[in-house]
Design a protein around this ligand. Sequence first.
Ligand code: FES
Length: 242
Amino acid sequence: MAENHATATDVPVPYSTGDSKITDATIAEMREIMARYPQAQSALLPMLHLVQSVEGRVTPEGIEICAELLGLTGAEVSAVATFYTMYKRRPVGDYHVGVCTNTLCAVMGGDLIFDRLKQHLDVGNDETTEDGKITLEHIECNAACDYAPVMTVNWEFFDDMTPETATQLVDDLREGTEVKSPRGATICTWREAERVLAGFSDGRADEGPTGGKATLAGLRLARERNWTAPGGSSNADTQREG
Ligand code: FES
């Protein structure tokens, strides 16, 4: 990125209102995010998450405001927003549902789950149900292969899924039933999750374990068999099980 030209407090921001829900309070929070970083431009990624929490997607207005605050061009902000797949240019539903269809999950049933959900929800990839509740997306490996096939709801993991548990999950979400990730987190809306990704805590960061049994199997074996890493001591005993 180019050298920063703006500080967190000195930029007046004329912005197009249109249908934008970005308010002066949102801009104040953007400045709060900028103030966290020695280089304000480092704040762009969480600022875009904040835009999504307010607008339901990255809007042209959101891009314009981020660019103005950070001393960037709209094209530079747009280039970032279109590079990372977590930034959405089309409105996302109340819940973003991801199905991992990378190799391991695919062969363990991910492809089957994705096909079943497309049919069940009557949507294609990256599309939202008519009631605005669910946006379905096939996602790349989420580094949770030990629980394949995995799904995510607003980036919280759902492990060892089947077509049946997947359809039950989206039905529960659509009906407003409280849903918890098997790893502990209570599922909030996508916009609420985006606000957390912008760095505004919802106070629930410690819900659930930090690691599950399958993830920690290697650590358990190393301890049981007194294995150590070649050329050094094992850090197995210094690790904490969640
Ligand atoms: S292949 Fe699905 S999480 Fe890695």
